[in-house]
Design a protein around this ligand. Sequence first.
Ligand code: FPP
Length: 232
Amino acid sequence: MSPLNPLGPPPPGRLHVACIMDGNGRWAESRGLPRTAGHTAGEENLAEVVRAAVQRDIGWLTVFGFSTENWIRPRPEVRHILGLHERLFGRVTELNENNVRIRWIGRPFDGPDARTPKYVQRAIRKAIADTAHNTGMVLTVAFDYGGRAELMGAVRSARAAGQRITPASIESHLHDPTLPPVDVMVRTSGEIRVSNFLLWQSAGAAIHFTDTPWPDFDAAELDAAIALVPAP
Ligand code: FPP
């Protein structure tokens, strides 16, 4: 468990929605804009989607902000996306207005493969601390995250703690063991892949694939995704 994520009361919402926010680059290119403009629009749209999610029966929204594989993108694009994470984690006033707790999952900052710059680490720590008192939806941002890396780390930690390898012992060593199973996974922009996101947590998830690029993903699309979840 990341020591950064404090325990708190369960949120009032029932569902866990996970989003692979794909298609920012293509959204921009189709408008004759640089790819970075697509990421900026993607970050702004995420803020909109958070506002829509808190008005629905969603307790946990988990988004794939940056993967362990994304570091190989061109340096200026990586810098731009890192800056957008600083901006997202800086939206504390807005998150507090919506009673949202922000959390993070990803490779530990002090791990052997860690690459998260200090200014992003600081933004993450500060946002988590400054929204920890909220009691509503939990927004988890996966940054420098990979599902395989998470599972390898969990197995290693369970072994190091002298535990037998069981579903329960693996689960207790995931980045955030308090994250419940994913009810519905969303992937935008026409790609029909899961791409190493929440491999353990989404074992039983419904999947909403849509051609809509992430910057255009809206409340109606969110409702279509939620509609895939069977009634309790
Ligand atoms: C895919 O678009 C998206 C990402 C690389 C990560 C998600 C990033 C954002 C939504 C922007 C900022 C968000 C946060 C959380 C601060 P792509 O570049 O793969 O698009 P393409 O497939 O059209 O090239």
